[in-house]
Design a protein around this ligand. Structure first.
Ligand code: ZN
Length: 450
């Protein structure tokens, strides 16, 4: 029998990798051969000894923090970066995803404009917010995101403790993850006011006004609340090992909790904040070199469930307003198109992590946590979402050449020693290094448990 498509290369499956072939029919993985020269196809892509990974999943993306980006551009950036599915955050400008009507509009845009698959986060309004949980769950959100820190009172509010407890109970009833931006609003508001009063406006004050205690006190409160409510808790962008000590202790007691860190917290330190200023401003902040080394230990110890980009597509003007006052710059960096190549160099080349372990951290674990049943691994019956990585090439990151509208990056000028050779979503080639993005490819909205 001939398959519609056959992909050959060094295949990365759960717990094993081998030179082999994947047979694809109707966008699904229909056959896996552990030797080559076996499967026949109408359309054969032979990648030699290049790595054929499951399509990577980025569970933390902010397409509409900067509306100049939106779904279409972010999906092009994702395709180029080897991300076949991402979960877009709900804190959209101008209107957050806090009711079913807004969600349905966003789903329609995804089905029309995206070249990769996208699942969506929902959130709740600041006041009496928990009543929207059922309608958003019915309409297909993959999870809920709330914050203990107020970035914006309407779009990205701080949620009061009583509402957090209620939201935890309601999301648990719907078997959905509830995730938190965990920073202690009261502490860091005070520290920032003090720094501003004393004219302490240099980049390093972004770190000094958000010491680890501003994260850990928020994390431990949420863990305790989750243990009382049986919530499926997830802590986004964990920046410090102490948070993971607490998370792991509660995990051992049976609390249903997972944690992610972002690529920036592994690859950059306060030295980069001093050097690059606003470009390296993210929340929580970059940590001291010693703390970053400790965080790496937790990752290699399997104490971190997965890694995300926290893609925030800011442009030069959003950052340069903070050149003389770090508190004025927007927080966040773009990540969709550079995270996987950067992490491949760091984890596989430098730390000798196995390719299967890499695929777990960046595809299988998020797929499992958010119940994306057809995603996350090269296994029979799953969607043929595939990312091919060429490990024998070098290029330099240029912030002026992103497909994202973002044109700032603390990695500008950094040499990368591998590249995304091709990206397939449900069997469609959506990107190749040779041709670029296939703008005719069709991405879809992905619902959990379907
Ligand atoms: Zn974020």
């Amino acid at each position: 029998m001939k398959f519609e498509k056959v992909i050959k290369g060094h295949i990365v499956a759960p717990n094993e990798d081998f030179l082999g072939e994947i047979g694809i029919n109707s966008g699904k993985i229909s056959e896996i051969s552990k030797t080559t020269g076996v499967l026949e196809g109408e359309d054969v892509h032979d990648y030699g000894e290049n790595f054929v990974f499951p399509g990577f999943i980025d569970a933390h993306v902010h397409c509409y923090s900067n509306p100049n980006e939106g779904i279409k551009q972010a999906s092009f950036a994702a395709a180029k970066g080897g991300i076949t599915t991402f979960l877009d955050m709900p804190y959209d400008l101008p209107v957050p995803v806090a009711n079913a009507e807004v969600l349905n509009k966003k789903i329609a845009i995804i089905n029309k404009e995206s070249v990769v698959d996208i699942a969506l986060w929902g959130t709740i309004p600041k006041e009496n917010g928990t009543k929207v949980i059922d309608e958003l769950a019915d309409a297909g959100v993959a999870a809920f995101k709330l914050s203990t820190f107020e970035t914006d009172p309407y779009r990205f509010p701080r949620i009061a403790d009583a509402d957090i407890l209620e939201a935890m109970k309601k999301t648990a009833e719907r078997d959905l993850v509830i995730a938190f931006h965990a920073e202690n609003d009261e502490l860091l508001t005070r520290y920032i006011e003090e720094a501003q009063t004393n004219n302490q406006l240099k980049p390093i004050y972004h770190n000094l006004t958000r010491p680890p205690v501003t994260e850990t006190t928020a994390v431990i409160k949420l863990l305790d609340m989750a243990s009382w409510t049986n919530a499926k808790l997830h802590i986004v962008h964990v920046s410090h090992g102490r948070s993971l000590d607490y998370i792991n202790w509660f995990k051992q007691q049976g609390t249903n909790v997972t944690a992610e860190t972002c690529y920036n917290y592994l690859l950059l330190t306060t030295e980069d904040l001093k050097k690059h200023g606003p470009k390296a401003k993210i929340n929580p902040p970059l940590r001291q070199p010693q703390e970053v080394a400790e965080l790496e230990g937790y990752l290699l110890d399997d104490s971190i469930d997965f890694i995300t980009s926290d893609h925030a597509p800011w442009q030069k003007a959003d950052k340069s307003i903070g050149d003389d006052d770090i508190f004025k710059a927007k927080s966040g960096t773009p990540g969709l198109e550079i995270m996987i190549p950067l992490l491949f160099d760091y984890l596989i080349r430098s730390k000798e992590l196995s390719v299967s372990h890499f695929a777990d951290l960046l595809a299988l674990a998020p797929a499992k946590r958010f119940n994306l049943l057809h995603k996350g691994s090269i296994e029979l019956g799953k969607d043929a979402d595939i990312t091919v990585i060429n490990n024998n090439t070098a290029w330099e990151i240029d912030e002026n050449n992103f497909l994202s509208v973002s044109d700032i990056s603390p990695y500008h000028g950094h040499q990368v020693n591998n590249q995304i050779e091709a990206t397939f979503v449900r069997g469609q080639m959506v990107y190749s290094a040779e041709v670029g993005v296939n703008e005719r490819a069709t991405g879809r909205f992905v619902k959990p448990n379907e």
